[in-house]
Ligand binder design. Structure first.
Ligand SMILES: NC(=O)CCC(=O)C(=O)O
Length: 267
């Protein structure tokens, strides 16, 4: 299975409309050149994860402009597309940070409303509502577990995804440069403790006054970093072996020693 992560530069000198068009072209270009099965985009790449003042003005219904553009990019290129997340305006007016995953036919395979919102008592934490559902996506080659950015700090979410069958975590993000080391360590930690692939795709540039970390990263179930981006716009393409997840869990069966947080104790 081949995955391409597209780390996008999200700066405020580019309009949302032009970025949407540019990213649609990029998905097509990368799909044609790298021949991936799965393409991954970052969190809130239309606005920027820290461009709080744009969330309401740029919010879209689930099937809005970004949905339409990404569904078409997926079906035109025949890839699974994790289109990152959009500021979703729900029918009741609430805003969510919602990830969209499209099948190669351009059908919506899954949407995930970010559960842990960042900002403590401001920003996303007050502007957005929290999702409450764990979401996995079965593709022909692997079961994906969905999480978004700040979720990476909450290992219990990832354990829940493992219990739901996840073999590969896909984590779109808009992570700040200031905490780059946290990002890299947490991505590896989630891979090691859950013996799963982590595909973590962030942004470059500066928005909302916050320089972004870039450094999108792909980690294997043993915790090895398979590829890591730099600061700017970049594509990371990696070949993944989903069978390595079961093999790692078999050879080093630490997940079988879990005693807490299970419906029934194992021993
Ligand atoms: N967009 C985010 O969720 C940012 C998370 C973050 O900055 C952090 O966890 O640190």
């Amino acid at each position: 299975m081949r995955a391409s992560l597209i780390q996008i530069v999200v700066d405020e000198d580019e309009t949302v409309n032009s970025r949407r068009a540019r990213v649609s072209s990029l998905v097509r270009e990368v799909a044609g050149r790298e021949r991936p099965d799965l393409v991954v985009l970052p969190e809130l790449w239309t606005t920027g994860a820290f461009a709080y003042e744009s969330f309401a003005s740029e919010a879209e219904p689930l099937k809005g402009l970004t949905y339409e553009a990404m569904a078409k990019a997926a079906s035109d290129t025949g890839v699974w597309l994790h289109a990152g997340s959009v500021p979703e305006q729900a029918p009741d007016g609430a805003l969510y940070n919602t990830s969209l995953v499209f099948s190669p036919e351009g059908e919506l395979a899954a949407s995930y409303r970010k559960i842990h919102r960042f900002g403590f008592d401001k920003g996303e934490a007050v502007l957005m509502s929290a999702g409450s559902q764990l979401v996995t996506v079965r593709t022909p080659t692997a079961t994906l577990g969905l999480a978004t950015c700040y979720d990476l700090r909450f290992p219990e979410l990832f354990r829940g995804l493992v219990d739901a069958g996840a073999e590969m975590f896909v984590v779109p993000a808009g992570w700040p440069e200031r905490r780059r080391e946290h990002w890299l360590v947490l991505a590896r930690a989630r891979a090691i403790e859950d013996q799963a692939y982590v595909l973590a795709c962030g942004t470059g540039g500066t928005h909302g006054g916050v320089p972004q970390a870039g450094h999108s990263v792909v980690v294997d179930p043993w915790g090895e970093v398979l590829a890591q981006a730099g600061d700017g716009e970049e594509v990371l393409t990696v070949d993944l072996d989903p069978a390595k997840v079961a093999a790692t869990r078999e050879q080093f069966p630490a997940l079988k020693d879990r005693l807490l947080g299970l419906d029934e104790p194992r021993r």
